[in-house]
Design a protein around this ligand. Sequence first.
Ligand code: CU
Ligand code: CU
Length: 505
Amino acid sequence: MNSRVRKPIQILPFALAAMAVLLSACGSDPLAAPAQQVKAAGENQASVSYTLKTAMVDGKLFFVGQGGEIDGMTNPPLPATPGQTVQITLVNGDGAEHDLTVPGAGAASEPVMRTGSETTVTFKVHQEGSFAYYSSISGDREAGMQGWLVVGRGGGSAVQVSATAGDQSQGGSEKAGSTGSTASASASSQSSEPATAPSIVREPTDLPGPIGDRPAQNLHIDIEAVELLGQLADGTTFTYWTFDGQVPGPFLRVRVGDTVELTLSSPAESSMVHSIDLHAVTGPGGGAAVTQVQPGESKSFTFKALNPGLFVYHCATPMVAHHIANGMYGLILVEPEGGLPPVDREFYVMQGEIYTTGKFGEKGQQDTSIDKLLNQTPEYYVFNGAVGALTDQHPLMAKTGETVRLFVGVGGPNFISSFHVIGEIFDRVFDQASLTAQPLTDVQTTLVPPGGATMVEFGLEVPGRYLLVDHALSRAERGLAGFLEVEGEPNPEVFFSEAPADGSH
Ligand code: CU
Ligand code: CU
């Protein structure tokens, strides 16, 4: 990797240098003009060509100039003159899917899907102005992949420089605020016919049994990043990104002191780079720094579980919020020495938001709206990945006289859960999922932050249906609810009524 690429902070000096080149190109010194391109405006060359290579550095995505005056520059300004034919070759340097579009000039390339693959887009520019170029693949532009095509004198040098330095709020002669244009374009082309796809819901009982009292061990964990179409709601499908094909990802269960070799792989048909950051890991990026896997790759690292607790893990590939919103989160439990006290039933529940292009309830295939994601205006809130996951599909089942333990996490990416079970009181809340502090007792509602978790325990005294909710109850109207169905004999000493229960309160 070019060392200059590693320091995004150097973009501004480069941009200024490029502006100097641009200005001198309009002057009289021919030696100052970039070798491969613009001459003085009077002697308009027929064409100009550039090569850009995609790169991911320190969690951001860039186009990196190849050859000539733009060599090594991130998101370089690309000068041209009116009347010229512009040819831009895009080379895939990081393995994720990208493209290059210049809407202001009516140009859009084919996507480049694999490392080393390339595509060329050729178009003619007619008017002076500054035109944004960027990758229209969902999330790329927000992660940093955008620069400016500067035709003639552009649209004002000060604006161009700040825009080139990554500030999307500044416009050139074209407004850069069209972040969501691709999303809204695809939304309008979507059918509203009901669509069906396989379930991506992980059952709340899908978790390994207790570790109990055993010495520390060496363990191997294999996880696969899987992109797939899944059922989000009745008649509505969504393209999920997952760990092991379900939401949340697999419940990982280890003991404090265990040494874990974790391998993350991604099938060749993936379109994105993925990674894993486990909050239980002590080390760079929680593992994400060493597990950025391209399609077809796998990467491993080894960590020792130093702290007991219940921890979130998630994909940490730019744009991280996008990868999380699409379903890439799960929980890892690090049991303390001696294990956890036994209970009758354990359940695995995670809350997340989904930012679809279409409104809540709209049928058909939905894509992620980056606009809504960045504005934090989700259409859906879900437990275990989909509307109905823990109600119609897989309600939590238990019996009176039993004790239950809920492992509850929030993938998010953005919203705190005010977790509550309607009709129950948590006997114990392991606040913030600390398993070494004394639990809170007799709690109604507990906060679970994004990237955080809680462990709650309670006994079941009265049969009936109990609702798992986020007590920010507008979210129940957007898909967020679960059932705990408790069977058993009535217990009139604790609860009695002549009226039949309607199941919803
Ligand atoms: Cu990912
Ligand atoms: Cu995190």
